[in-house]
Design a protein around this ligand. Structure first.
Ligand SMILES: Nc1ncnc2c1ncn2[C@@H]1O[C@H](COP(=O)(O)OP(=O)(O)O)[C@@H](O)[C@H]1O
Ligand SMILES: [Mg+2]
Length: 345
């Protein structure tokens, strides 16, 4: 509703003061309601120019291709969480219940979302799934073949049996800043690939992470710190995908992505899942993305799971207040990211 007010004011100002206005947007309604003429840009080039309704229709037609590819083929449970709790003791806040008796299953081949406002306990839960963080109580198991692996037990003989088939994209990801993109990618696969093969694999993976073929080729020799924040994020995603894990856990993968890149990442995640049957756990505050990509989502509040189900049945319960909180970047996140950055210098 705020957007509508702003739009009305913009139209009034332009009409009353005889002004010209140029605006950029990825929202079709904005283009349709506010503009007299529109252009569609792709890779820095004008691909369509003219009537806003027509331009927006073509734009949305590209965007809608995603939905049709979603083809649910889920199997037996592959991650099992029972009565999981995680308490932090904080000096100023006392006991923090980041996970409070949560239980859920993720099925093989499923794209499962964990959503909720900042501080709901999403990152904590995802790290426990990966065995990075020990829970205070409760059980977490990951299935490898027919065998259930207890993710609370450290060591290669224990959780290590599962983690070698798992990939984790951290919310505060990091690349080797003084290495090239290709080195960043191939160093994360321990196999000694011939260089040519490594390049081919890196290109395929960068494409899956939303880079165009030519762009992917161009950035291979570049240093990681020559990339923009958003590009680094997608290279970090590629670094996870190149290991071809069976289970991929991603913490806020779309944090820095523009809508078109997000769409191409959505499409390629759905495509690889269809082809290879991987299981994804996606932690996100991005409701559109989650709705588009997830088969099921769990909504978290104050460390608890309040509902699990199909996105359309769960996401409507997100309150207006939560949406506002979800969309505002919490200062601590920025601080953490800056801290991470200066550490690497
Ligand atoms: N290491 C820690 N020490 C104390 N409190 C923590 C720690 N990590 C997270 N928390 C707290 O636990 C709660 C859940 O955090 P987190 O899992 O990061 O949530 P989300 O990813 O949903 O934003 C928050 O209140 C957060 O401040
Ligand atoms: Mg988080």
């Amino acid at each position: 509703m705020t957007a509508k007010l702003v739009h009305d004011v913009m139209i009034k100002v332009v009409r009353n003061y005889n002004m010209s206005m140029i605006l950029t947007s990825h929202w079709p309604e904005v283009i349709e309601n506010l503009t007299d003429k529109a252009i569609l840009l792709e890779n820095g080039e004008v691909v369509l120019e003219g009537n806003p309704l027509e331009v927006s229709a073509v734009f949305m037609n590209n965007a809608c291709m995603v939905k049709q590819e979603k083809n649910i083929i889920v199997g037996e449970p592959i991650i099992k969480v029972r009565d999981l709790s995680k308490r932090y003791i904080s000096v100023d806040r006392g006991v923090v219940r980041a996970g409070d008796k949560i239980s859920f299953d993720v099925r093989e081949g499923e794209i499962f979302g964990l959503v909720g406002v900042s501080g709901a306990g999403k990152t904590t839960t995802s790290k426990i799934l990966m065995g990075i963080l020990p829970p205070t109580s409760g059980e977490v198991e990951v299935r490898v073949g027919d065998e259930w692996v207890d993710m609370r037990q450290l060591g290669v003989e224990n959780k290590g049996r599962a983690t070698k088939y798992m990939g984790f994209l951290h919310q505060e990801y990091g690349l080797y800043t003084y290495s090239s993109v290709i080195d960043n990618l191939t160093e994360s696969i321990s196999l000694d690939l011939p260089f040519e093969l490594g390049v081919r694999k890196a290109l395929m993976t960068l494409k899956a992470a939303g880079f165009e073929e030519n762009k992917a080729k161009a950035i291979l020799p570049k240093m990681a710190d020559e990339m923009s924040e958003g590009e680094r994020h997608r290279i970090a995603l590629a670094q996870v995908l190149i290991k071809e894990p069976n289970i991929i856990i991603m913490d806020e993968p779309t944090g820095t992505m523009d809508p078109i890149t997000k769409m191409s990442v959505t499409t390629s995640i759905l495509k690889t899942r269809d082809e290879l049957g991987e299981t994804f756990v996606i932690v996100s505050h991005d409701m559109d993305f989650v709705n588009e990509i997830c088969d099921r989502v769990a909504l978290m509040r104050d460390g608890k799971i309040v509902d699990i189900g199909e996105p359309k049945n769960v996401l409507f319960q997100v309150t207006e207040e939560e949406k506002i909180k979800i969309h505002s970047v919490k200062p601590s996140t920025l601080e953490e990211q800056n801290k991470g950055r200066s550490n690497k210098l």
